[in-house]
Write a protein that binds this ligand. Structure first.
Ligand code: 8NA
Ligand code: MG
Ligand code: MG
Ligand code: MG
Length: 342
């Protein structure tokens, strides 16, 4: 059994918040973002501004943070993962939420069906019917899963089990479920690692889990095993991988296997010491977050998952105060981290 670290709990929650809030600034283009553009923003981050009548945050969070916090708060209030309560918290928060949260295209349909029976029906029923019974393979369940790793830290089997359950409330496609499980395992591995845990130890561990998850014959393409294998090759190569290689071997889109693997790869690349020179003056966690955003695509979601993993590994100290204070929800994030730790 490993010692739990308060700094790692704060790091995971704040890393996820900062990744979502900064990443969301660059989501619309779906194209790679220059490091100079990212540094221009981060150099000017400051606390919310008040214009007398209202307060304005420099950076707003999106669905990623909203749902992660609801999941975390639900487990804390119930003392365990309770699918019906999580479904109700997700749904009611969605119906009250601001347009700037940018929920995925088809999840509102799930929430409407859950609400129609006042959250008393099967909490997994509506999601299972999405996309003609295929279920959603979107990254929306992996992006919000990290509180499960913090809440069930002592029991990795429960981390895996409740990561899957939390996915199935909105995302029942096997690739979304496995993406949520692997992201939860990545955060859990980072939480239980010391600073001398190298990138290849982390990747080996996750590859073993992926092989188990994908051993079932019903999966025609073992997409996570394939992408984790590509990561070895790209990290061991002499050069920093090009955008074309990332797009070709991993992807940066709304599919869970693309965004989740892009996030993990961002963390592992920096951990392996292959920092892009433009970022080398920053702390490792900042490098991970900005590298993740630079890849383009679903930038808020890739960066929030990368930030959760990196924060769980490095702890909160490497996240600059001005980055945290610029983000809407930073006080709530600190409360959540403390409550999950306690
Ligand atoms: P989701 O479950 O609605 O999935 C996102 C999209 O993926 C769907 O709307 C479909 O287009 C497609 N999709 C998923 N599964 C299937 C399938 N089985 N067959 C065909 N198409 C499929 O939403 P989510 O919760 O997974 O969200 C994914 C991302 O979308 C998140 O990163 C979130 O931030 C959001 N997002 C929203 C906007 C926006 O402008 N509203 C933009 C980018 C991302
Ligand atoms: Mg989002
Ligand atoms: Mg997005
Ligand atoms: Mg997103």
């Amino acid at each position: 059994a490993q010692m739990r670290s308060r700094s790692k709990y704060y790091g995971a929650v704040l890393g996820a918040l900062v990744g979502d809030c900064i990443g969301a600034q660059f989501e619309s283009g779906w194209c790679p973002v220059a490091f100079s553009t990212l540094l221009k923003l981060t150099d000017t981050l400051k606390e919310k501004v008040s214009d007398g009548s209202s307060e304005k945050w420099m950076l707003y969070y999106t669905d990623d943070t909203e749902m992660a916090h609801e999941l975390g708060k639900s487990m804390l209030s119930k003392g365990a993962f309770d699918a019906k309560n999580v479904a109700e918290c997700f749904g009611e928060t969605y119906f009250a939420s601001k347009p700037c949260r940018w929920y995925g295209g088809s999840v509102p349909n799930v929430f409407k069906q859950l609400q129609a029976v006042r959250y008393k029906g099967d909490p997994y029923g509506p999601a299972a019917k999405q996309f003609n019974g295929q279920g959603s393979y979107g990254n929306g369940s992996a992006m919000r899963v990290f509180p499960v790793s913090l809440f069930y830290f002592e029991d990795v089997d429960k981390v895996m089990h409740f990561a899957a359950c939390s996915s199935k409330i909105t995302h029942s496609h096997i690739n979304a479920i496995n993406g949520a499980i692997l992201q939860a395992l990545a955060v859990h591995t980072a939480l239980s690692s010391s600073r001398d845990t190298t990138w290849d130890i982390v990747l080996n561990k996750l590859t073993k889990y992926a092989e188990k998850l994908e051993e079932s014959k019903s999966i025609d393409s073992r997409v996570y095993c394939q992408k984790l294998n590509e990561m070895y090759r790209m990290i061991l190569a002499k050069h920093i991988p090009t955008q074309n290689e990332i797009d070709d071997k991993i992807g940066t889109g709304i599919r869970s296997d693309e965004a989740m693997c892009a996030a993990l790869f961002s963390f592992l690349l920096i951990l392996a010491g292959k920092s892009p020179p433009e970022l080398s003056h920053l702390s490792p966690i900042c490098q991970v977050i900005l590298y993740a955003i630079s890849l383009g695509g679903d930038t808020d979601t890739i960066a929030t998952m990368a930030g959760a993993i990196a924060g769980a590994y490095y702890g909160e100290e490497g996240i600059p105060k001005n980055w945290i204070q610029a983000c809407e929800g930073n006080e709530e994030a600190c409360n959540l981290a403390l409550n999950l730790f306690n």
